[in-house]
Structures are given as structure tokens and as C-alpha cells.
Write a protein that binds this ligand. Structure first.
Ligand SMILES: Nc1nc2c(ncn2[C@@H]2O[C@H](COP(=O)(O)OP(=O)(O)OP(=O)(O)O)[C@@H](O)[C@H]2O)c(=O)[nH]1
Ligand SMILES: [Mg+2]
Length: 222
């Protein structure tokens, strides 16, 4: 009973924050462009552990399953300027599936996460990608095979190829996308992942500003 009350309170708080635009951790910085990034994928693939690694450089072997979703805000320096990422960690458990569209809507980037040691979690990314596509049109996607620390280098390379094959078979070419092998436990591949997200989104922002500038210049006669 207590568990149900706790779950309801947590889901209510995170849905409230989604509806009001209030960021759960860290106030939004209005001076820099900020983007919404969602992590999605089956339960236990390591989404929360990846966020913990990014935010606190921390890893716990006993991470609890996520209830609903949580947002954490992080700033990144990129060659195109500073950007903020509102990183939404979502629940992979079946019981929260109907809530997921609320978390995915208006996402600018998505991180599709599977477990390198669990081929079902890779196959299920097709389900997650369909659900995501029904809710938003992300500019940038990262496909991540996590828990690489449990694989030898050779098996990691095999899995990287499986990820690429899955991407070629399932994701339209026009979407900007990159694949990563990561370990939330050791930190392997995490900086590359966040660097890719921040730099790609910042580059979109500067391309947009340039286009707007050119548009307004073409309107004036000077
Ligand atoms: N060895 C290893 N274990 C990991 C790694 N990442 C996560 N884990 C473990 O896998 C389990 C599940 O991790 P979570 O981060 O809770 O997974 P999740 O995807 O957030 O799961 P849900 O919240 O249920 O959707 C935990 O016991 C973690 O400690 C990793 O990179 N390597
Ligand atoms: Mg989680």
C-alpha cells in the first residue's frame, strides 16, 4: 500500500513538472539555448545509471527501477557555444507505458538505450522508436548499447555491428543519428555520448540563427 502511495506521489510530481514546464532539478537558464533530451528503452538497461554517471559521476549496482520519469538539467560547452540539456530519464517498466507519451512530447533529442548483453532489449528498441515517433520529431538520436564492461573487446565490436544493422533496418536515413557503446559502471563512452548530443543540438541552434539572420537581411534593402 505504501509502495502504491509513493509511486503515485512520484508520478504525480513528475507529470506536474511536465505540464507546468517547471524543471525538477535546477532552474532553467534563460540565457542559453536549452533542449529536451529523453532516454528510453526497456527496464534495467541502465538509463538511470547513465544519467547518474553524467550528472554525479556516480554508479550504484543496486539502482532502483524508475517510477514515471525524472528531469535533470546540465550545461555543456561546445564549439558552437554553451547549451543546456534537460535530460528526462523515463521508466522502462511495462506498467508506466501509457504515461510515456507525456514524457516524450516535444523532445529535441532521444537516447534509445539497450543492454549489450540482452538482444531482446535491442529488438525492443523498434517498439520504443515507434512510440517516440508518435509523440515528437527529434532532431538528433543516439542509439546506445550499455553495460559494455560485461563484454570482451571482441564481443563489444560484434555488438556495435548489431547496433548499426538495427539502425539501418529501423531508422529513416534523414534523421541525424549516432551509435555508442557505453558503460555507466566505468564511464566508458559517456563523454562521447553527451558531447555528441550537446554539439549536434548546438549546431542545429547556430544553423537556425544563421538562417533567421539571412532571412531578415534579405528582407532589408541595404
Ligand atoms: N555492469 C553494469 N551494470 C549496470 C550498468 N548500468 C546499469 N547497471 C545495472 O543494471 C541495473 C539496472 O540499471 P538502471 O539504471 O536502474 O536501469 P533503468 O534502465 O533505469 O531501469 P528502469 O528504471 O526500470 O527503466 C542496476 O542494477 C544497475 O546497477 C553498466 O554499465 N554496467
Ligand atoms: Mg531507471
Amino acid at each position: 500500500m505504501n509502495f502504491l502511495k509513493k509511486s503515485f506521489a512520484i508520478v504525480f510530481a513528475s507529470v506536474f513538472s511536465l505540464c507546468t514546464g517547471f524543471s525538477v532539478s535546477g532552474a532553467p537558464d534563460t540565457d542559453i539555448p536549452t533542449y529536451k533530451v529523453v532516454l528510453l528503452g526497456d527496464t534495467s538497461v541502465g538509463k538511470t545509471s547513465i544519467v547518474n554517471r553524467v550528472k554525479n559521476k556516480y554508479f550504484s549496482m543496486g539502482e532502483e527501477s524508475t517510477v514515471g520519469g525524472n528531469c535533470t538539467t546540465q550545461k555543456f560547452d561546445t564549439p558552437s557555444g554553451e547549451v543546456g540539456l534537460d535530460i528526462w530519464d523515463t521508466a522502462g517498466q511495462e506498467r508506466y507505458r501509457t504515461l510515456m507519451p507525456l514524457y516524450f512530447r516535444e523532445a529535441n533529442a532521444a537516447v534509445l538505450v539497450c543492454d549489450c548483453n540482452n538482444s531482446n532489449s535491442l529488438a525492443n528498441l523498434a517498439y520504443w522508436f515507434t512510440l517516440l515517433s508518435e509523440c515528437c520529431c527529434p532532431l538528433v538520436i543516439a542509439v546506445v548499447g550499455n553495460k559494455s564492461d560485461e563484454l570482451s573487446e571482441e564481443l563489444q565490436n560484434d555488438f556495435r555491428e548489431k547496433l548499426m544493422t538495427w539502425v539501418n533496418d529501423n531508422i529513416p536515413e534523414k534523421i541525424e543519428l549516432s551509435c555508442f557503446i557505453t558503460s555507466a559502471k566505468t564511464g566508458y563512452g559517456i563523454l562521447e555520448l553527451t558531447g555528441y548530443l550537446a554539439e549536434s543540438l548546438a549546431a542545429h541552434n547556430s544553423a537556425e540563427s544563421l538562417a533567421l539572420e539571412e532571412k531578415s537581411r534579405s528582407k532589408c534593402s541595404c
